[in-house]
Design a protein around this ligand. Structure first.
Ligand code: CA
Length: 229
């Protein structure tokens, strides 16, 4: 994924509108992934959810409607989402916002206003989230995706980074391999739970025996814990 550009998942079934928004956003330096129905939207989202910064979601869509798409996304992600729909009744807008949308815009719309809404939402969410997660001697920068162990660069593959970040954000919590798979790989992933073991093994090797932060919990799974020496 392009470094530095914000990534937007655009879900819109009308070709003309989709193209128009996509071209406009690209001109404004966003990286756009687009989907033309609800099923494709979920597939793309869960394949790229570590990178998507914002979702623009139409409601009336083939395969699966936008409300259902949003519900699925919200099971796993708080990604900022703007509903952009021709459904303009107060009730539609209220239910969209209640179901977890951050913003609701009605069609017809102005591209300039859409961009202002995107910028405002991104500003809010970027300042809310802390960029660097630190536990013990380990720190991960979510934005640059750099890792450091005892102040030295820690080289992690993308999934190793995701998994370690997940553990660090959920210190002391014991997870089963299945729940780790669902949270880190996404429920569309078809691999088996040994994938988790393989990745844990790789991360442990990189942390070295000096920093045994990932603990096996017999009969259950794993937890992350920094024990003070
Ligand atoms: Ca539509």
């Amino acid at each position: 994924m392009k470094e530095g550009k914000k990534v937007i998942l655009l879900v819109e079934d009308e070709y003309r509108i989709r193209k128009m928004i996509q071209e406009f956003l690209e001109l404004n330096d966003f990286f756009v992934i687009s989907a033309e129905d609800g099923g494709q939207a979920l597939e793309l989202f869960f394949a790229n959810n570590r990178f998507v910064d914002l979702v623009i979601l139409d409601l009336m869509l083939p395969v699966m409607d936008g409300n259902k798409v949003l519900k699925e996304i919200r099971q796993l992600s708080e990604v900022p989402t703007i509903i952009l729909s021709a459904k303009n009744s107060v009730n539609d807008q209220v239910s969209g916002l209640n179901e977890g949308a951050d913003d609701y815009m009605t069609k017809p719309f102005s591209l300039k206003l859409l961009k202002a809404h995107i910028d405002s939402l991104l500003r809010r969410t970027l300042t809310e989230e802390s960029e660097v997660v630190v536990r013990g001697k380990l720190s991960l920068n979510e934005r640059t995706r750099e890792g450091f162990l005892d102040e030295k660069p820690l080289m992690l593959l993308p999934r190793e980074f995701d998994l370690l970040l997940f553990f660090m954000k959920n210190e002391h919590i014991v997870f089963t391999r299945n729940s780790i798979l669902n949270s880190v790989w996404g429920y569309m992933f078809n691999g088996d739970i040994r994938t988790v073991d393989t990745h844990v093994k790789q991360i442990r090797a990189k942390l070295t025996s000096k920093y045994p932060y990932i603990h096996s919990v017999y009969g259950v799974g794993y937890k992350f814990e920094v024990k003070d020496a």
